[in-house]
Design a protein around this ligand. Structure first.
Ligand SMILES: [Cu+2]
Length: 164
């Protein structure tokens, strides 16, 4: 019986170690802010654009705001929101940033708020990661590593950006 438990525990340890890095969530603390699992889609084919997503929680008593993001991997990094207008997905540039309310959170996710990455200077492959600096109104600059996940499956996923 004891032997079985030990064998099972050993097997579990092996499985955990063997888990690919990309599946592991990662997160960052900066003052009252908690930034959970920043990740980006691998771009489709030779499209030089992609988007990054994460959840940002604010456990503090003061509202904060994500005002911008920067990264050397691309020419342009800006804050966007995808919105359905009729049956067309439109991109809106959020020039006032994304509010992170006190005791609240903001979730950047596909088909919603995102960090738009345009004019990639290098290909991004699934499993890699790249540095990005998030700039908050109160908390200031917070460096994070963005993990590259799978590319989006379809155009309607909102990752194709027709800029107007
Ligand atoms: Cu966008």
């Amino acid at each position: 019986m004891m032997k079985n438990i030990l064998a099972t525990a050993g097997l579990l340890a092996v499985v955990l170690v063997a888990m690919p890095m990309t599946l592991r969530a990662h997160d960052y603390k900066a003052g009252p802010l908690h930034i959970d699992h920043p990740w980006a889609r691998a771009p489709i084919g030779t499209v030089p654009n992609t988007a990054a997503y994460m959840k940002i929680e604010n456990s503090g008593d003061t509202d904060d705001r994500l005002v911008s993001a920067k990264s050397d991997v691309a020419k342009t990094v800006m804050l966007h929101e995808s919105r359905m207008v009729g049956d067309v997905m439109k991109m809106v540039h959020l020039d006032k940033g994304i509010p992170i309310p006190a005791h609240g959170s903001a979730e950047l996710k596909p088909l919603g708020l995102h960090v738009m990455i345009m004019g990639l200077k290098q290909p991004l492959k699934k499993g890699e990661s790249f540095p990005m600096t998030l700039v908050f109104e109160k908390q200031g600059e917070v460096p994070v590593e963005v993990k590259v996940g799978a590319p989006s499956g379809a155009k309607k996923d909102g990752e194709m950006h027709d800029h107007h």
